[in-house]
Write a protein that binds this ligand. Structure first.
Ligand SMILES: *Cc1c(COP(=O)(O)O)cnc(C)c1O
Length: 424
């Protein structure tokens, strides 16, 4: 694509953008009387304007109906989580029976590993990436300990090659092959939170299955960001959060995927009444009878107030269409990359590089800029000038233009502030 680093060019692309009106559906933090350049939708998505009304609807029904709201509310709470099956299935590429919204992400990773990490005999190891999100590492390591396995004996954490920042698919495949006899599980972040690299999930999953190993992905940075086909890829399980790319509010409900081949099997599972056969739930029987779907993994009744925002946030994705979201995301982040590279090339001696892969299939919205030298000063300058970015020790600035509310002008303005820093 041929880009031009000018406000006019950015505005022209905004005019041609089919998703441009979605920006008006979001609330932006303010800086000096104008909207900030918000580039941290990968950490916390912005608030959809409909959020307050959605929560108020539930508060009103609670007021009016009390406990009867479970059946009488506009969106009956009893079946509230069921409203998410259709949109979540579209977001992650699944059958409706394979997804459910519940709990928090790390909680769900644990619940899923109860089912999918079954060390036996020599097969006790988990393969993950070295630069996994800390919570994932804590979850993996504590699962190992729970089974009486030491970290040294159980965790294979893949590092990029020396001098490289991202993992090569061939190296992941080789690690699976080399450890074929000892692996019990492959569990990787589908999109790395630090580098923005998209793991080739289909290929990795097939390689794991070829040696009889289960494969799951943490999609905290994948859901709502990149194209996912969890069902077709044959992924065993996945979990994600809804407050990053899915704009559903701080700490809002997580989602999980369990491939249909595991429904109705005798996998071990921690169980609760919300996973029990719906027709019999209120008979209050003492024997658990699992729902024949991912819903069997649910423990508790739905946290409706948080889910109210999730509902309208997913509605936005459904109105926009996942294909359009993805294609705008690629265009926006390509433009932002171009702006950064153009700025960098005009300023000799500037030492920063984008470590996120360039190929479309290996990245989502995020660009991770590795800054040599004055990284923190650069980051502080961005912040002071109304650009909301994210600093990760020791030296990376992460930015993610999000298709539903960022525009090309945001990318241009980012470049202006960057240039201003380099001039100073
Ligand atoms: C954001 C994120 C988390 C956060 O976990 P919570 O349980 O939602 O607090 C976990 N893992 C990854 C990969 C993340 O990006």
């Amino acid at each position: 694509m041929n880009f031009e680093n000018s406000l006019a060019a950015a505005r022209k692309m905004d005019q041609e953008d089919q998703l441009r009106t979605f920006r008006e559906e979001f609330l932006f933090p303010q800086h000096d009387g104008r909207d900030v350049v918000y580039l941290t939708g990968n950490s916390l998505g912005l608030q959809p304007k409909g959020a307050a009304d959605a929560i108020n609807q539930e508060l009103k029904d609670w007021h009016e109906f009390g406990v009867e709201g479970h059946f009488e509310a506009k969106n009956p709470w009893y079946a509230y989580h069921e409203m998410f099956a259709a949109p979540l299935a579209k977001v992650v590429g699944a059958k409706e029976s394979e997804v459910v919204a519940m709990n928090g992400l790390t909680t769900n990773l644990h619940l899923l590993m109860v089912s999918f990490f079954q060390p036996k005999g020599k097969r006790v190891k988990i393969l993950c990436e070295a630069k996994a999100f800390p919570s994932d590492l804590y979850a993996l390591k504590s699962q190992l300990r729970f089974h009486g396995i030491e970290e040294e004996d159980g965790l294979i954490a893949l590092e990029p090659r020396k001098g490289e920042h991202t993992l090569r698919t061939e190296d992941i495949l080789k690690a699976i092959e080399d450890n074929a006899e000892e692996l019990a599980l492959v569990m990787i972040g589908g999109v790395n939170y630090y580098t923005g690299q998209v793991i080739q999930m289909k290929t990795v999953c097939a390689a794991a299955h070829a040696v009889g190993v289960l494969c799951g992905f943490d999609l905290a940075h994948g859901a709502g960001n990149v194209e996912l086909k969890l069902h077709d890829w044959g992924v065993d399980f996945a979990a994600w959060c809804s407050y990053k790319y899915l704009n559903s509010g701080p700490g809002s409900v997580s989602g999980v995927f369990v491939h249909e081949r595991h429904h109705g099997t005798d996998l071990p599972r921690f169980e609760g009444w919300w996973g029990h056969d719906k027709n019999e739930r209120f008979k209050m029987g003492s024997n658990f009878k699992a729902i024949h779907s991912a819903e069997a993994w649910q423990l508790s009744n739905a946290p409706v107030l948080a889910m109210a925002v999730h509902k309208i946030a997913l509605d936005q994705f459904m109105r926009a269409g996942m294909d359009k979201v993805r294609s705008k995301s690629l265009q926006l982040s390509s433009f932002l990359r171009y702006i950064i590279e153009d700025t960098s090339s005009k300023n000799e001696g500037v030492e920063f590089e984008i470590i996120t892969p360039k190929a479309d299939e290996e990245r989502g919205s995020q660009l991770s800029i590795l800054v040599h030298g004055e990284g923190k000063a650069m980051f502080d300058h961005l912040t002071k000038n109304g650009v909301v970015a994210d600093w990760r020790e020791p030296n990376v600035i992460r930015i993610a233009p999000v298709p539903l509310y960022n525009n090309f002008e945001d990318c241009f303005r980012f470049g202006e502030v960057l240039q201003d820093f380099l001039d100073a």
